[in-house]
Design a protein around this ligand. Structure first.
Ligand code: FAD
Length: 305
């Protein structure tokens, strides 16, 4: 049953017609519990509150299916305005972005140009940028661009997904550029040709990647709401005497709020991933796919507004 519901919501997340419908009719369907607002200004007080509680943040301007150059350039400008706002409001926040929103599906030069403009501003303002990882068809291009840019810009991270068979080798190939990596299980619908089909292998591989990246000496963000992964990391860092400055836990805005606070109390660094923007649809559907319990607040959202 869980697999059917997961596939159903992952299928919906890619439906461009529903995406347009959701944007046009704008009902939030409970999305406001996990999205920081439709504009960055709306997200600012929420980020300030999280910072006040001791939580760090990374913000993501939601947006998928960008397939024209002008829109990709607009997205880059929005990122730049966001970086400037972070600096002006002295927010403790990084920026996360997706290369498809900057033109990955259009042409490589456009993405590089957009990324360089963003990274110049980010470097000037002392803000770190992380490139989210999208579906497996974009993985190779994303990592190639990451390696190229990381040579020039220190303040750049990316993501490796443990459901992909290739990820262990990717870690080896990233080693030379001293990557800043967020390690996750992976959120897209993938075929058994490229990804482990069962949760047990995905979890096992995530533990393996966390250990490998930390022992390679690279800063690691462990992005998971799973107690087993968090507990594994705690034991690992204790065993290997890895100080808290070398890693952080990351969780999505609105998910496991109590766990975020508990980790803070224990002295760990915790960062909250806060998406904002009008394009909440695909993000929201992937979250419904991950956890059937999220469907409850979606239904509440429909009937209680
Ligand atoms: C900060 C962040 C950034 C991410 N960036 C990317 C990215 O760039 N690319 C990408 O593909 N994916 C990304 N993801 C999504 C990720 O790949 C997973 O799809 C997602 O995190 C679900 O996996 P999980 O490890 O959290 O737990 P799951 O494997 O979904 O759940 C395991 C167990 O954890 C517990 N649990 C999980 N969620 C909750 C909850 N909300 N409340 C209570 N218990 C819960 C339950 O006991 C559950 O059985 C990101 C995730 C995070 C947190």
């Amino acid at each position: 049953m869980e697999a059917i519901s997961k596939n159903f919501f992952l299928y919906l997340s890619n439906n461009k017609l529903l995406d347009r419908f959701a944007k046009r009719f704008g009902k939030r369907f409970g999305a406001d519990k996990i999205v920081g607002g439709e504009t960055f200004s709306q997200a600012i007080p929420l980020i300030q509150q999280l910072n006040h509680e001791g939580l760090q943040v990374t913000v993501d301007h939601l947006g998928e299916f960008v397939n024209c150059e002008a829109e990709a350039r607009d997205r880059a400008q929005e990122c730049i305005r966001c970086i400037q706002s972070i600096a002006n409001h002295q927010l403790n926040s990084e920026v996360s972005l997706k290369l498809t929103s900057l033109g990955l599906d259009i042409n490589r030069e456009l993405v590089i140009e957009n990324m360089e403009t963003i990274l110049e501003e980010a470097e000037k303002r002392g803000v770190t940028v992380t490139i989210d990882m999208e579906d497996s068809s974009r993985c190779e291009a994303t990592l190639e661009i990451y390696k190229e840019l990381k040579d020039k810009y220190e303040n750049l991270g990316t993501v490796v997904q443990s459901y992909l068979y290739r990820s262990d080798k990717d870690l080896d190939e990233l080693d030379a550029c001293k990557p800043y990596l967020r390690l996750v299980k992976g959120a897209y619908k993938e075929s058994g040709k490229v990804a482990f089909p069962d949760k047990e292998s995905v979890d096992k591989n995530l533990k393996h990647l966390i250990k490998k990246n930390l022992l390679n000496g690279h800063y690691t963000a462990i992005a998971s709401h799973d107690d087993a992964i968090v507990d594994y990391t705690k034991k690992l860092v204790e065993e290997h005497d890895i100080p808290n400055e070398r890693f952080e836990f990351q969780m999505l805005y609105g998910m496991r709020n109590q766990m975020q606070k508990d980790l803070l109390k224990e002295g760990y660094n915790v960062r909250v991933y806060m998406p904002y923007g009008e394009d909440w649809y695909g993000y929201f559907m992937r979250r419904l796919a991950e956890r059937p319990a999220n469907i409850a607040f979606a239904i509440k959202g429909i009937f209680c507004k």
